[in-house]
Design a binder for this molecule. Structure first.
Ligand SMILES: [Zn+2]
Length: 185
């Protein structure tokens, strides 16, 4: 349990292979915390039951640097091809190790991708790349953004569902060389 002066609401996370984390506003009382935990106990248990490895990632001996190199190759190839079709130009491609994010697109056109995407099926990586490239035309998640994605990848919902289902397992993957500290960006 962590108290945070920036937290406006409580937030509960159940990361793979780590204890559940509860972040609460400073003003939260002990009773509040106990109530939240009691209310969410079955939800926590449900999360834990879902945390069963299904992708066989433990058999992969991939180092983080190999993963990053491969991710950059795959993502660059996909991005180059699709940017031309969409008629957009991006700045550069950055490979990161964010714990929560698959991809992002900065206002300057830098595309960032999580290197663990390389562990996902290619069509899922493709969806994330197309999603970020579409943000160069529509920088939000409005209706017109999703129609653009739909137009480019009619099966995007399936890829997004895959990420929702298996994403936590990808994020929990530990490379053979262990966790590398990310330089602040
Ligand atoms: Zn987006």
């Amino acid at each position: 349990m962590r108290r945070s002066s920036r937290a406006r609401r409580w937030r509960l996370e159940v990361p793979w292979g780590a204890p559940a984390r509860l972040t609460v506003p400073r003003s939260a009382t002990r009773e509040d915390v106990e109530r939240v935990l009691a209310d969410r106990r079955s939800w926590i248990e449900m999360q834990r039951r879902r945390q069963v490895p299904r992708l066989g990632l433990d058999r992969l001996a991939v180092s983080e640097s190999e993963g990053r190199t491969r991710a950059l190759e795959v993502v660059s190839t996909l991005a180059e091809r699709e940017a031309e079709r969409l008629g957009v130009a991006y700045g550069r491609i950055r490979i990161g190790g964010q714990r929560t994010l698959w991809g992002s697109c900065s206002p300057r056109g830098t595309l960032s991708f999580n290197w663990r995407l390389v562990l996902a099926p290619l069509e899922v990586v493709d969806y994330v790349v197309v999603h970020e490239l579409c943000h160069l035309l529509v920088p939000n998640h409005s209706q017109s953004f999703w129609s653009l994605v739909e137009q480019r990848r009619p099966r995007w919902r399936g890829q997004r569902a895959w990420l929702h289902e298996y994403g936590p397992e990808l994020l929990a993957f530990r490379p053979v060389d262990g966790e590398q500290a990310e330089p602040p960006s």
